[in-house]
Ligand binder design. Structure first.
Ligand code: ZN
Length: 158
């Protein structure tokens, strides 16, 4: 049995904040605002896995108002959700994600993001795709006010 899930996440960018994507620290003047470490890639993949299992979303499992998740490492939250998926008998078939960020160019970081995600997802690197797009100077991404990530995940029951 196969299950598909989709995840979408946006964070505001601000000066003086770190930018973490897929557990990888990206050198950038502007970082992501938000509770936890504001890792939009980890959040979108987590939501896609939860969606595939019909298990709500990241806010249901790790509420903003809960101090336990303040400055949390989002890759640890993804690891918890993968533990849940394992309990339900699911494993990852593949993941595909697109990170939309104007600056800096993410190409030099993509392999490390795939490696970190692959480790936490328990899936080979050949099953984890991360793509980087700019906003072409348009909308909130293009104006460097936001980072947005879309992710799809396919699970299979083992
Ligand atoms: Zn988020």
């Amino acid at each position: 049995m196969f299950r598909i899930g989709i995840g979408h996440d946006t964070h505001r960018l601000a000066e003086g904040r770190p930018l973490v994507l897929g557990g990888v620290r990206v050198e950038s003047e502007r970082g992501a605002e938000g509770h936890s470490d504001a890792d939009a890639l980890a959040h979108a993949v987590t939501d896609a896995v939860l969606g595939a299992m019909c298990e709500g979303d990241i806010g249901v499992h790790f509420p903003d108002r809960d101090p336990r998740w303040k400055d949390a490492d989002s890759m640890q939250l993804l690891a918890r959700v993968m533990w849940l998926a394992g309990e339900r008998g699911y494993r990852i078939v593949n993941v595909d994600a697109t990170v939309m960020l104007e600056r800096p160019r993410l190409r030099p970081y993509v392999d490390e993001m795939r490696a970190r995600l692959s480790e936490v997802l328990g899936a080979g690197r050949d099953r984890v795709s991360v793509k980087a797009k700019s906003g072409e100077g348009l909308d909130a991404v293009g104006e460097q006010r936001a980072v947005t990530v879309q992710a799809v995940v396919l699970l299979e029951k083992i």
